[in-house]
Design a binder for this molecule. Structure first.
Ligand SMILES: Nc1ncnc2c1ncn2[C@@H]1O[C@H](COP(=O)(O)OP(=O)(O)O)[C@@H](O)[C@H]1O
Ligand SMILES: [Mg+2]
Length: 340
C-alpha cells in the first residue's frame, strides 16, 4: 500500500467546467480540488445535478458541447490532462483510465453482440492480436465479472441480458485494458438493491486483485459506506466536505453532509431526522452569494451570506467548507447571533 505522502494517481486542482447558455457561461463544476491515491477508492457523493457527471466527463476529456473546461488542472500520474492534445488523451482514456456509466443500455450498441463489443474495446489497444486470442480473452473477462456460461453469453445481444448483466459487461469492457483508474458514475443506480450489492462486491474484488484506483460516484451515501476509503461531498459544483469514510459517517462537519446522513433511511433517531434538507439545489448560474448552501441550511446565519467559504482544515485529512464548523459550535453560534 502506498503511503498518503506518495504522489497521488490523480490530482484535480481548481477545476471549473462551464456551459455556454443564453445568459452567458455557467459553471457546472465550480472550483473542485480532489486527489485519488493509487489503489484506493474515492467516493463522490451529492444529490442529482450537483456536477458529479460533469466532473468525471472532464477527467475523461468527454465534456459535451457547449461545455468546456474553463480552468484548472487534472494531473494524472504527473501529466496534466486538461492541456493535453486530443490524440494523447484518447490513448490514455480506456488504457489507463476507464469509465462505466449509469445506464449500460445506452452505452452498449444494441446491434452487436456483447462479445464483439468487448473484443473491439480490446482491439483498440491491441490492434495486432489475432481475433481468436481476443475472443478467448473476452470470454475470460466475462467470467471475471461473474457472468455464468461466458462462452454462450459472448454471442448474446445486449437486450437478451438483464440490467445487472449488462452492467457487468460494461465493467468487463472497462477492464479490458487493465486501467489504473476506473471512474464509475452511478454504476448501480439503475439496478435493484440485491444486484447493486453484487456489482459493488465485484468492483471491490477486482480492485483487490488488480490494485486499480476507483472513483465511485453516487447520490447515495449508503453506496460509499462499504466501498470508499475517502469521500468527497459535492454541492452545487463544489466539494463542501472531504474526509476518510469513517469520519464522514461518525464525525460529519458540513451541514449538507449532516443533511445527507439525515436523509438516509436507516437512521431513525429523532435528532437526525430534523436535519432532512428542505428546498432544492440551485442550478448552475443561480448559485447564491456567500455560502452556496446557506439558503437551505438549518444552521445558516447572516455571516453565511457574506463569504464563500473555502475548505477549512479540521484534521489532517478532514476539510469542510463551513464557517461554523466544527459542528459542536453550530447551535451556539446561532444563539449568539440571534441575541445580537
Ligand atoms: N449541456 C448542458 N448545458 C447546460 N447545463 C448542463 C448541461 N449538461 C449538464 N448541465 C447542468 O450541469 C449541472 C450538473 O450536471 P451533472 O454533472 O450531470 O450532475 P450530476 O451528475 O451530479 O447529477 C446540472 O445542473 C445540469 O443541468
Ligand atoms: Mg450524473
Amino acid at each position: 500500500m502506498n503511503s498518503p505522502l506518495a504522489a497521488p494517481l490523480l490530482a484535480i486542482e481548481g477545476l471549473r467546467t462551464v456551459f455556454a447558455t443564453d445568459d452567458g457561461e455557467v459553471a457546472a463544476v465550480d472550483g473542485v480540488d480532489i486527489t485519488v491515491q493509487r489503489g484506493r477508492t474515492l467516493g463522490i457523493v451529492g444529490e442529482s445535478g450537483c456536477g458529479k457527471s460533469m466532473l468525471s466527463l472532464s477527467v475523461m476529456g468527454l465534456v459535451p458541447a457547449p461545455g468546456r473546461i474553463a480552468s484548472g488542472r487534472i494531473v494524472f500520474d504527473g501529466e496534466d490532462l486538461a492541456g493535453l492534445p486530443a490524440e494523447r488523451l484518447r490513448t490514455l482514456r480506456g488504457k489507463r483510465i476507464a469509465m462505466v456509466f449509469q445506464e449500460p443500455m445506452t452505452s452498449l450498441n444494441p446491434v452487436y453482440t456483447v462479445g464483439f463489443q468487448i473484443v473491439e474495446a480490446m482491439r483498440v489497444h491491441d490492434p495486432r492480436t489475432p481475433y481468436g486470442e481476443l475472443r478467448s480473452r473476452a470470454i475470460a473477462a466475462l467470467e471475471r465479472v461473474r457472468i455464468a456460461a461466458p462462452a454462450q453469453r459472448f454471442d448474446a445481444y445486449p437486450h437478451q441480458l438483464s440490467g445487472g448483466m449488462r452492467q457487468r459487461v460494461m465493467i468487463a469492457m472497462a477492464l479490458a485494458c487493465s486501467p489504473d483508474l476506473l471512474i464509475a458514475d452511478e454504476p448501480t443506480t439503475a439496478l435493484d438493491v440485491t444486484v447493486q450489492a453484487q456489482v459493488l462486491d465485484l468492483l471491490r474484488d477486482i480492485q483487490r486483485d488488480t490494485g486499480m484506483a476507483i472513483v465511485l460516484i453516487t447520490h447515495d451515501l449508503g453506496v460509499v459506506a462499504g466501498m470508499a476509503d475517502e469521500v468527497a461531498v459535492m454541492y452545487a459544483g463544489r466539494v463542501v466536505e472531504r474526509a476518510p469514510v469513517a469520519d464522514i459517517f461518525n464525525d460529519p462537519q458540513h451541514p449538507y453532509t449532516l443533511g445527507l446522513l439525515g436523509s438516509m433511511p436507516r437512521i431513525e433517531d429523532e435528532r437526525e431526522r430534523l436535519l432532512v434538507i428542505e428546498g432544492s439545489l440551485p442550478p448552475p448560474g443561480r448559485v447564491p452569494a456567500g455560502c452556496r448552501f446557506h439558503p437551505r441550511c438549518v444552521f445558516g446565519t447572516h455571516a453565511c451570506t457574506l463569504q464563500d467559504p473555502p475548505l477549512f482544515s479540521l484534521g489532517p485529512r478532514h476539510g469542510a467548507a463551513c464557517i461554523h464548523a466544527p459542528v459542536e459550535r453550530f447551535s451556539m453560534q446561532r444563539t449568539t447571533e440571534e441575541a445580537a
